[in-house]
Design a protein around this ligand. Structure first.
Ligand SMILES: Cc1cc2nc3c(=O)[nH]c(=O)nc-3n(C[C@H](O)[C@H](O)[C@H](O)COP(=O)(O)OP(=O)(O)OC[C@H]3O[C@@H](n4cnc5c(N)ncnc54)[C@H](O)[C@@H]3O)c2cc1C
Length: 377
């Protein structure tokens, strides 16, 4: 039997980032991870550089591209380019490297990890969590952080996040070479994928390609169409292996903490329902989770409700608008593309969303203000 301040279930991005913050503050942390090792992470790796502020270490080693332009296309034509002004505000990281970087640093600070291990039972005794794993060991912990990703088993067990989670379907692959995508640009391809889009994000020597469908349970099982999309990124002759993943997306404001338990990242259903941005809310939720546990252990707060409140204020309010935008945009994609991409100021706005300068809420407020001023004149 071993005792810890915090046990974290899941050692992906959110789990490792939470462990890093907590171990830096001097707490004892155990990560329980299901997989032995993950060679390939199905994630395109696009993140706003401003998110560095949620990390206590420099992540330069994991950055493979610094993005200057965002390209939008409708069925492989109609090239619209948004210039990302400012000092490389959008980065492409290799997720395997980023996760490892955070994990290694947290281990250096004293965190421990056990893998491959599965949690079998969690119970509360004497105000502490008892966690029994399939390695037949029992771990005792003051706090529990659930970071087991989109297929989370434990968020539902503690009734955290939406009762009925919503999922985007995704297919991802990595091809050698960059095809026709410049090293400093990302491409969003609309019109091919029903209820969604495709994307191409460049690493140093390969391209992360993804296809996603966000509403109406759309299908991605059309191989000839998928090949056409991949060709549109500038590849003629290609062999590829795909990973299918259901990505748990934001679906309303719900409690994401309960008695000494917090849920972070995808397990908390924080992923952007319009553009599948999940790195930002993972880093944000890990940061606030560690901060709230620290405040609790320092005696400054006596419950963790501040955590749910911070995430809802800093992320949920924007996602409520992101979900509305997704529902309209993907239902009427041609009109959505005309209004959302072809409008003179639209590409700049999307670039500002990606770089974290603006939220969906800011954009929605502007549109409403514009409509109000128009109706008054
Ligand atoms: C195709 C695709 C492309 C994407 N592209 C982007 C992008 O460009 N930019 C962006 O911001 N976001 C992107 N995302 C979203 C982003 O990848 C996720 O939001 C992010 O990985 C969430 O991190 P996480 O740590 O919460 O979950 P994960 O990274 O999934 O980690 C969960 C961890 O928990 C472990 N685990 C699972 N179950 C258990 C269990 N029962 N016990 C113990 N361990 C368990 C898993 O093995 C894993 O290590 C993309 C997602 C997909 C699917």
């Amino acid at each position: 039997m071993k005792g810890f301040d915090v046990v974290i279930i899941g050692g992906g991005l959110s789990g490792s980032a939470t462990a890093l913050h907590l171990s830096k503050k001097g707490y004892s942390v155990l990560i329980i991870e299901r997989e032995k090792f993950q060679e390939y992470k199905p994630c395109a790796g696009g993140m706003a550089s401003s998110m560095q502020r949620f990390l206590p270490l420099d992540i330069e080693d994991s950055i493979e591209s610094k993005i200057k332009n965002v390209e939008f296309r409708w069925k492989a034509s109609d090239n619209v380019v948004a210039d990302l002004t400012g000092e490389s505000p959008f980065w492409i990281v290799k997720r395997e490297k980023l996760d490892q970087l955070l994990l290694n640093e947290s281990l250096r600070n004293g965190s421990q990890i056990i893998r491959p291990v599965l949690v079998e039972e969690i119970t509360k005794k004497n105000d502490k969590w008892e966690i029994i794993c399939n390695n037949k060991t029992k771990y005792i912990s003051e706090f529990l952080v659930i970071a087991d990703g989109s297929q989370s088993k434990w968020a539902g067990y503690f009734k955290l996040g939406p009762r009925k989670p919503k999922f985007a379907k995704t297919i991802s692959l990595r091809l050698k070479g960059l095809g026709g995508i410049p090293q400093d640009a990302v491409r969003f391809e609309f019109g091919f994928i029903k209820y969604g889009f495709a994307w191409a994000f460049p690493l140093k020597e390969s391209l992360n390609i993804g296809l996603g469908t966000f509403i109406n349970n759309g299908s991605l099982e059309n191989q000839p169409l998928n090949n056409e999309v991949i060709k549109s990124f500038g590849f003629d002759d290609f062999h590829y292996q795909t990973v299918n993943k259901k990505l748990r997306i934001w679906n309303g404001i719900h409690p994401i903490n309960v008695d000494k338990v917090l849920v972070v990242g995808d397990a908390a259903s924080l992923c952007d329902p319009f553009l599948a941005e999940g790195i930002r809310p993972s880093l944000m939720s890990s940061f606030y989770a560690a901060e709230c546990i620290d405040l609790f252990l320092s005696g400054e707060i006596d419950d963790l409700n501040l955590y749910s409140q911070k995430i809802n204020d800093n992320w949920g309010k924007s996602m409520a608008w992101g979900r509305r935008i997704a529902q309209v945009f993907y239902r009427f994609p041609r009109t959505g593309y005309q209004l959302g991409v072809k409008r003179k100021t639209a590409p700049k706005r999307i670039a500002q969303i990606l770089s974290g300068e603006m939220s969906y809420e800011d954009i929605a407020k502007r549109v409403i203000r514009r409509l109000l001023t128009k109706s008054e004149t």
